[in-house]
Design a protein around this ligand. Structure first.
Ligand SMILES: [Fe+2]
Length: 382
């Protein structure tokens, strides 16, 4: 360990029933009125009502903001902040996947800071701490509940803004794997592969450290082992818990080591074409590994060993075998074909690459690519 590294995580409660301590935590913050941030799809699940009931039992009132889309937009953050102020809220609780949690983080920024949400993009640009934020994830993969990241789409520029700041780490994460049991198989696979990519990118990141490595390697091992089981048996709590635990490890790793080209390029696809984040990551991973391999050979070889054991493959060594391992895994999880089948065409590529070039995640990629190189990666992933 030769360099100083900072490691930030929220207070967290993990396990079956973790959500039940919500009222107590809200009370500890002295809250009288909560803004619950969620999305329309989750209103149909029992989880939002459950949160409202748990708060009511503690005598705490709440209002629900559910106008949050996948790839949450700047105007949704602004609308949520308006509701927060108008209703006189004092804390924020996010119930949902990455979209709801990222939107909640954005609302938190505007609750205490002046200006539009776009003025906070980049690293360490949030000056005033946000109101208390409790995150209750309902997917296993994004890890926004433990991370320093908030990703919001700029609707005018059609670009995803990455807001990276210690102030974005939630105060409390209540990680209850039972809440992920309502995910459909495709979302389970996409979010699970997102977690895998978090772990891989954190491990090869130029911001890696001995502390983030431990979490990244454990996450890769667990996801390769348990994601196929949960996709096959989605009603098994035991598998759901394993994948949630893996996602937590991946989140602790990437929040502190940052990410790389897969995320920079996936953010560009999400901002420009509104494509699903986890699916983009799944389709880009093997092509980014092919580009990155020679810049981090030892680290990719270590990952190759885990892929070899996890997938029961023979001798996963060298760039081709490692890429093939990842391809095999995502296809086995149901992510087949390429970006071309998701509406991406070669005409989109220059703009996609240009936007990815300015994404903060690219900074910690093992090697900083030029725009032409990113265009080539997109072409291969079509
Ligand atoms: Fe991600």
């Amino acid at each position: 360990m030769s360099q100083l590294r900072k490691f930030v995580i929220p207070e967290l409660v993990f396990g079956d029933g973790a959500v039940h301590v919500l009222g107590r935590y809200a009370n500890n913050f002295g809250s009288e009125k909560v803004l619950i941030v969620t999305d329309a799809g989750l209103i149909a699940t029992p989880w939002v009502d459950k949160a409202v009931d748990l708060l009511r039992e503690e005598g705490i009132a709440s209002v629900v903001f559910s106008d949050v889309s996948p790839n949450p937009r700047d105007f949704q953050v602004h609308a949520g902040a308006e509701m927060y102020h108008k209703a006189g809220c004092d804390i924020i609780i996010a119930v949902g996947g990455g979209s709801a949690m990222d939107c909640a983080k954005g609302i938190g920024i505007l609750a205490t800071n002046e200006g539009g949400i776009s003025s906070f993009q980049g690293v360490d640009n949030v000056k005033v701490p946000c109101p208390p934020l409790i995150c209750i994830p309902t997917t296993a993969g994004t890890s926004a509940d433990v991370s320093q990241f908030a990703i919001i789409s700029d609707s005018a520029e059609q670009v995803k803004m990455a807001i990276i700041s210690k102030t974005m780490v939630p105060d409390v994460a209540l990680i209850d794997p039972r809440l992920t049991m309502t995910m459909d198989p495709a979302l389970t696979a996409h979010t699970g592969i997102d977690a895998l990519v978090h772990a891989v990118e954190a491990y090869v990141s130029t911001g890696n450290s001995a502390l983030t490595d431990v979490h990244a390697l454990k996450a890769i091992e667990l996801i390769l082992k348990y994601l196929p089981k949960v996709v096959k048996e989605p009603d098994s709590y035991a598998w759901r818990e394993k994948v949630m635990f893996a996602s937590l490890h991946a989140g602790l790793a990437f929040s502190n080591a940052s990410l790389g080209a897969v995320h920079a390029m996936a953010h560009s696809l999400g901002g420009t074409l509104d494509l699903a984040h986890g699916e983009c990551n799944a389709l880009l991973l093997e092509h980014v590994v092919a580009y990155n391999y020679s810049y981090a050979v030892e680290r990719y070889e270590r990952i190759g060993k885990i892929v070899e054991i996890g997938l029961g493959m023979q001798e996963v060594s060298g760039v081709e075998a490692i890429c093939q391992g990842f391809r095999r895994f995502r296809e086995h999880m149901g992510v087949k074909g390429g970006l071309g089948q998701r509406g991406v065409s070669s005409e989109n590529i220059p703009v996609l690459a240009e936007k990815a070039m300015s994404d903060p995640c690219l900074v910690t990629n093992p090697h900083f690519p030029n725009q032409r190189e990113l265009e080539e990666i997109y072409e291969k992933a079509l």
